[in-house]
Every structure is written in structure tokens, then in C-alpha cells.
Design a protein around this ligand. Sequence first.
Ligand code: CA
Length: 217
Amino acid sequence: MRILVVEDEPRLLRNLAKALREAGYAVDTAEAGDDGLFKAETNDYDAMVLDVMLPQLDGWEVLARLRKQKRTPVLMLTARDGPKDRVRGLDTGADDYLIKPFDLDELLARLRALIRRSAGQVRPTLSAGDVLIDTRARSVTRAGQPVVLTAREYAILEYLALHRGEVITRTELYEHLFDESDDTLSNLLDVHVFSIRKKLGRELITTRRGQGYCIEP
Ligand code: CA
């Protein structure tokens, strides 16, 4: 899953990006509203964390312009605890909001929920055959036995399972799993998919030649 964080306070931005990467997300960042809007329009993010008070364009303006074209789930960060602010955020098309200062675990939990909801999933556990994926713990079991995946393998599996029944192109996987700071050498999709199949069964992920990968419904 790939997240965009738009926040002009350098320290908070660094800490957020670090925490999100540690939680397994690919993360892009922007420090001003116009740059954030450009990235959000250019890339397909699984979610966006958007500060309200930003230079160039403020968060409201970024959100309003983004909503003319995209449904990317947006979590707003607001410094002011005013009910008017929250109403405005939700009216403009924000999916959720947090008041600064916020608890990092709460931010992570809300992001997970936003991403699940936007994929039409309500429950935090995903399943495919005898494979169970717990998106809270980022853990996987097969027939009840824990299976250890690398961060990359987990990210690929979770994305495919969240979009079960859809054929996901390689381009889409790259877009959603790797951020702008990733080097291309670690991006060997086939190698990761081969390894997932070895651990969880060959039949779990189908290759549709010329199209992409799929976990069958
Ligand atoms: Ca700010």
C-alpha cells in the first residue's frame, strides 16, 4: 500500500514517514499544498494524510481540487479542535480526520480502516482458501499455521487479497507497493510472487499472461 503524506512541519513529516514505512507502507511526502496536489493527481495512492494548514494551497483547497477527479481516501490532520472544521472537512470530501497532537497508533488504525473500506472490505481479516491474513498484525497463517513473509511479500499478498477477484496489473502493483525512494533492484515482482507461492501454495496467486496477477474469488 502506498501513502502520500502532506505536512509542512519537517519533523512531524519525517516521523510520520518513518512510522508508516516501519508499518510496511510505501510512502511519498510533500511539504506544500501544490506539490501534494500534484503528486495526488499524478499517482494512485491507497490513502493520503493531509494537513490543513499548509503553504501555497491549504489542505481544504487541495482536497476540494482533488475531489474533482479522484476518490483517494483522505485523512485530514487538523490543529484546531473546532466542530466547524470537522464539518467542513467531511463536507469537502475528507474520509476521516485527526486532531493534532494525535496518537500514532490511532493514525495507523484509521488508515488501515480507510484503505479497507475503499476496497469494499469491512473486516480486518482477509482470507483466500486456507490462507488467512490479519491486516492489523500483518501476519499470515496457512491452515492455521503461522507463515513468515518478508515485508515485500506481505505487501503484494495483502494488495491482491484486498482486491480479490480482480486482475491486478504489474504496473498497478508497482504503483501501489513502491514509493519514489525505492530502488529498482528490490522491485523484482516475479521473484516475490514465486516466493509467496512457495510459502502459501502455487494455486493461491494466478498469473494471467499479459495482464497481471489475481487471487481468484
Ligand atoms: Ca501545518
